[in-house]
Ligand binder design. Structure first.
Ligand code: PLP
Ligand code: ZN
Length: 555
């Protein structure tokens, strides 16, 4: 294993000791691992091929001398999932989700914890201190348990109780700090100093950055196996996306992921680094706000005003300067989103893709929606969004009211026949008749998307037809409460269907929403005239707006 630790300030090279956290020459805390890229470029691709897809697949590019399989919990190797429904809703078909929820403790901190704890164990450390907004402490606790290490976990009192209890369950000592996360870090640092304990240094921890970069390697390998090699340069082994989108707090994730893409480029495995889009919560967005002001150093946020505690780093320090350089050099952007936008994105992601992400990860998706709407991410771009953590369990305040329907058996149920009790219970589950909605749409995927949007937000009887003629017959037979109609269809187009509906008394007043993939010409708009109630452009309707339209028309 050949690597050295290079100081980012004075360039001094030193051997690696996990416990020495500063440059021996200039005392800088900002250093990174450097490998023999020339040799690895030639030897590694062959070696990697037959290894399982997990983080240790790239072990020659990690600062661990002897990877210890007994510590492993199966970290890394998370799937890259195509977001077909989101892609259709946003008009951006190549959206992929790097599903870091599938790590051993359900967040991408598992990469950081597994590599860091492995290094500390190699160095003989048996006790350590970490400040955390929740997930770091959970993950370190799990790996510390396997490594026989004690963890002092300093968390802010805003960390959800379920997360604190999980930390305690692994046997770590939880210390609750009533104060900001930045204050919590100060207390942890002082405690570690007094007790001479090793303290996790966040983005300045060499192993953490090294661990996070494996996300980049995996994305490139997975994208290549899905999309094939790059058309413009088929000789390169790996393809990279156009965008990497991630919700950030201190920014360790994107700093590591950037290093991964940079190393790939250095080794000639790819020729492009994606544009970086770090997303922050609006109430604690020192990096996004400072970047928009063109500042070289971040203005700290002293009192974060976000309910998304996971992302509450108010003072990013030098991490901002590194990230700013990466964002600028890749033509990326910093963005921020309101908590409500993140919660809404969580709902959309869960309902449309079956992925239950925590609010922090919701921030990344809300950022994605914003950047696509602003035209910054283009419809033809390939985008990878890091789904950094799982929502477990779902917070009641995020779900809102009316998410369940209660069924009570009548108290005298035992006297009647069991069948009767069951029937009366079932009438409480749902009324017999739901509003009927007809979807007339020739593309299977678009039909599925519209059906899914309707299913996820209300109770409707959904009828479907795949061409205009079939659709017209169905509408005349079933007399639905609402029709959602495509215009360009085989057999009979949408215009003809509308004209046929309006010409007959029974169907003349059924409201129609036209959902079309194309921009209408003035002639076509004229032809529709006032015969329809609403026109929706496919691609730019997010389900809430669409549903409001549906609900208002159905009454
Ligand atoms: C830590 C964390 C983040 C922020 O990560 P950084 O790259 O360190 O800023 C985002 N989402 C989740 C779920 C996290 O646990
Ligand atoms: Zn130095």
């Amino acid at each position: 294993m050949s690597f050295i630790i290079k100081c980012l300030d004075c360039g001094h090279n030193a051997p690696y000791y996990p416990t020495s956290t500063t440059c021996p020459k200039c005392n800088s805390q900002w250093r990174e691992a450097e490998y023999d890229y020339e040799i690895l470029a030639k030897t590694l691709p062959e070696k990697i091929k037959n290894r399982p897809l997990d983080l240790w697949r790239y072990r020659e590019l990690l600062p661990i001398r002897n990877p210890n399989v007994s510590l492993s919990l199966g970290e890394g190797g998370t799937p890259l999932i195509r977001a077909v429904n989101l892609g259709m809703m946003l008009g951006c078909p190549n959206i992929y989700i790097k599903d870091e929820r599938q790590g051993p403790t359900s967040s991408f901190k598992d990469r950081q914890a597994s590599v860091t704890i492995a290094a500390l164990k190699e160095a003989g450390i048996t006790e350590m201190v970490a400040a955390s907004t929740g997930n770091v402490a959970i993950s370190y606790s799990a790996y510390a348990a396997r490594a026989g290490m004690k963890l002092w976990a300093f968390v802010t009192s805003l960390v959800p109780g379920v997360k604190m209890r999980e930390i305690a369950l692994y046997g770590s000592q939880v210390i609750k700090i009533t104060g900001s996360y930045d204050q919590c870090k100060q207390v942890a640092a002082e405690f570690a100093r007094q007790r001479h304990l090793y303290q996790d240094m966040g983005a300045r921890t060499i192993t953490s950055i090294e661990a996070m970069k494996t996300i980049a390697f995996e994305i490139a390998e997975q994208l290549t196996s899905i999309q094939g090699v790059q058309e413009t340069n088929p000789d390169l082994p790996w393809r990279t996306p156009d965008w990497y989108v991630q919700a950030i707090s201190g920014g360790m994730g994107p700093i590591g992921v950037y290093k991964g893409f940079r190393e790939m480029k250095q080794m000639g495995w790819t020729d492009r680094i994606p544009a970086f889009a770090p997303i922050q919560a609006e109430g604690c967005a020192p990096m996004a706000h400072s970047w928009k002001k063109g500042l070289e150093k971040a203005e700290p946020v002293l009192s974060p005003m976000t309910r998304i505690e996971t992302l509450a780093t108010g003072d990013p320090g030098r991490a901002y300067e590194f990230l700013r350089e990466y964002v600028n050099s890749t033509n990326g952007v910093f963005e921020s989103v309101a908590d409500e936008e993140a919660f809404r994105a969580m709902h959309v992601l869960a309902k449309m893709e079956g992925i239950s992400a925590e609010p922090a990860a919701g921030v990344a998706f809300a950022g994605l929606f914003k950047l696509i709407r602003a035209g910054i991410i283009k419809p033809s771009d390939t985008v990878v969004v890091n789904c950094t953590g799982h929502t477990m369990p779902a917070d009641p305040s995020i779900l809102g009211e009316n998410w369940s329907r209660d069924v009570k058996f009548p108290t005298r149920e035992r006297e009647g026949t069991p069948q009767e009790g069951l029937l009366s219970a079932l009438t409480q589950v749902a009324p017999e008749r739901f509003p009927k909605i007809a979807i007339v749409e020739d593309t299977t995927e678009a039909r599925r998307l519209i059906r899914r949007i309707l299913q996820s937000q209300g109770n409707f009887t959904i009828l479907e037809a795949s061409n205009g003629r079939e659709g017209l017959e169905m509408i005349q037979r079933e007399l639905p409460d609402l029709v959602i109609l495509d215009l360009m269809m085989p057999e009979m187009d949408g215009f003809t269907v509308i004209e046929a509906l309006r010409s007959k008394q029974e169907t003349a007043t059924i409201p129609v929403i036209v959902a079309t993939a194309k921009e209408l010409t003035p002639d076509e708009k004229n032809r529709l005239g006032d015969q329809i109630q609403s026109l929706m452009q496919k691609g730019d309707f997010l389900n809430d707006e669409f549903l409001e339209e549906v609900k208002s028309l159905i009454k």
